[in-house]
Write a protein that binds this ligand. Structure first.
Ligand SMILES: [Zn+2]
Length: 203
């Protein structure tokens, strides 16, 4: 396999990228100057050493001396609530609204319908540990902020089920985003105002 073919194969693994788009990426790179591809390949090769996964909420953040991200370290945040989001992009979109001031947990995926091993799709063990830990710090509400589509709904009911021993034991309220979001809505593509309303009207 030659280099361009191999690059196409690698781009095809990106989320939402098919063979045609992968090919277009490669030809785009060939047309750009060397400086562009040089910077791109340098940033890619350094990504694992310059970005870390937070040991508390599991989002990625620029490397500092700490293993915990600035959001989790922020003592001015409201320890009464923890919001579960599926990925880093959703975390960023919700932060952008500046409406929510609690802590987060990044699930790292969702549970497809009829999935036989849901615990392998999400950070289940870590979530249960985070819930226990946050309970000791006054947690009273878990907000589950997932996409309003069948997979999101399936993940929501699975989360309610696995969290129920803790939520019942400590009387933690579980809330979900209000239906300011319409069916099929993905948080990733929602604007700040829509997310803010969905948060305000959480139920
Ligand atoms: Zn964090």
């Amino acid at each position: 396999m030659d280099n361009t073919q191999r690059l196409i194969e690698l781009f095809k693994e990106f989320p939402g990228i098919g063979p045609r788009q992968a090919k277009r990426f490669v030809y785009f790179l060939l047309k750009k100057n060397q400086g562009y591809s040089g910077e791109l390949s340098r940033l890619i090769s350094e990504i694992h050493s310059t970005v870390h996964e937070c040991n508390t909420c599991f989002r990625f953040f620029p490397n500092t001396n700490s293993k915990t991200c600035p959001t989790c370290l922020d003592k001015n945040r409201d320890s009464k609530s923890m919001m579960i989001v599926s990925n880093d992009v959703d975390f960023e979109n919700i932060e952008k609204t500046k409406f929510y001031n609690g802590y987060y947990f990044v699930l790292g995926g969702t549970v497809p319908i009829l999935e036989k091993n849901p615990e392998k799709r999400i950070r289940q063990k870590e979530l249960l540990e985070a819930t226990e830990r946050r309970t000791a710090n006054g947690l009273v509400e878990i907000i589950i902020a997932l996409n309003y589509n069948p997979e999101g709904e399936n993940t929501l009911s699975y989360l309610k089920e696995i969290l129920s021993p803790s939520t019942e034991k400590y009387s933690i309220k579980i809330s979900t985003l209000g239906r300011g979001l319409s069916t099929g809505t993905e948080l990733e593509y929602s604007d700040s105002e829509t997310i803010k309303n969905a948060l305000k009207n959480r139920q």
